[in-house]
Ligand binder design. Structure first.
Ligand SMILES: Nc1ncnc2c1ncn2[C@@H]1O[C@H](COP(=O)(O)OP(=O)(O)OP(=O)(O)O)[C@@H](O)[C@H]1O
Ligand SMILES: [Mg+2]
Length: 285
């Protein structure tokens, strides 16, 4: 596949109980784009993502990944290209050990044991989960499960990475580290999240879903600057665009005079208000 576009045309999904979760959703994502899909609870984000590699069948409409329209015949090839991290890691982890789960994809790709070992080691390294390798997934904490779920997808070296709420349940350091990992992933990224500060930092483009419909699709900064749109879709601006209650000039005047730091403040992390890039784990202050 040459261009790895993701094209969704007039997608509609009705669940068996009659819930119309997606109505006429259309967009086109080009190779290398980093796109957020945001929306309130129940807007249809997970339902939409689950169509991108055929976990859910469209009620009507079409999906095209690269040169292939999604169909029974192209499903295996498309699943090799599109790596999907589910919202709930328990949907992703089903083997007796973490190693087996992360090796599952490469094994199905027919790689040699040495290559599989390499892929598993690399993927676990990237999510800082080396020490979990021999544990059963059901013994892991929520955040550990999430990191291992991401490793099961990274080990397949996907060309399109689709992540449903990747930072949910992660502690601030793991969140930061995941964001750095995603920053380094230069293929297509499609991410749903309620972590709008992460969206602001990682995604140049945002698609807003509301009640199963695309309400806006454009540059992330423009979307977050549109208060009427956000209110209509039951969304709020990212914290870093709301004016930080701790860093605001008023609050700073109330703070005690800072003592000389024992270690350089902030380490390698920039507290960069001008670019709206400071994330709100206020442990930094
Ligand atoms: N299996 C199902 N059967 C019936 N209705 C469903 C099913 N799964 C989801 N829905 C409904 O479809 C709609 C969209 O759900 P979806 O999980 O896609 O929302 P979401 O945007 O991912 O929400 P969240 O932010 O809470 O993850 C909701 O109204 C939900 O109740
Ligand atoms: Mg969801």
């Amino acid at each position: 596949m040459s261009h790895h576009i993701v094209e969704v045309k007039q997608l509609r999904h009705v669940y068996p109980d009659g819930t119309e979760a997606l109505r006429d959703v259309s967009f086109r994502i080009h190779h290398g784009e980093s796109v957020a899909i945001i929306g309130a609870n129940g807007a249809g984000k997970s339902t939409l993502l689950l169509h991108l590699n055929g976990y859910l069948p469209a009620t009507s409409g079409t999906i095209r990944i690269g040169d292939h329209p999604l169909s029974k015949e192209t499903l295996n090839e498309i699943r090799r290209t599109v790596g999907m991290v589910f919202q709930d890691p328990d949907d992703q982890l089903f083997m007796p050990t973490v190693f087996d789960d992360v090796a599952f994809g490469p094994l199905n790709q027919g790689l040699t044991p040495a290559l599989i070992e390499q892929r598993v080691t690399d993927a676990l390294e990237r999510v800082e989960a080396r020490e979990l390798r021999n544990k059963p997934p059901y013994h892991l904490s929520g955040g550990e499960k999430k990191r291992v779920a991401i490793a099961t997808v990274l080990s397949m070296l996907p060309e399109i990475l689709v992540l449903d709420e990747p930072t949910a349940g992660l502690d601030p350091r793991a969140r930061r580290q995941l964001m750095a990992l995603l920053q380094d992933f230069h293929h297509t990224r499609i991410i749903t999240s309620h972590d709008l500060d992460m969206v602001l930092e990682l995604c140049e483009r945002t698609i807003v879903l509301h009640q199963g419909m695309v309400m806006a699709d454009g540059p992330t900064l423009e979307i977050f600057g549109n208060e009427t749109l956000l209110a209509a879709c039951h969304l709020e601006k990212p914290f870093s665009m709301q004016g930080c209650p701790v860093c605001s000039p008023k609050a700073i005047r109330r703070l005690p005079k800072p003592q000389p730091p024992l270690v350089p403040p902030h380490g390698d992390r920039q507290h960069d208000h001008a670019h709206h890039l400071h994330d709100h784990d206020h442990h930094d202050h």
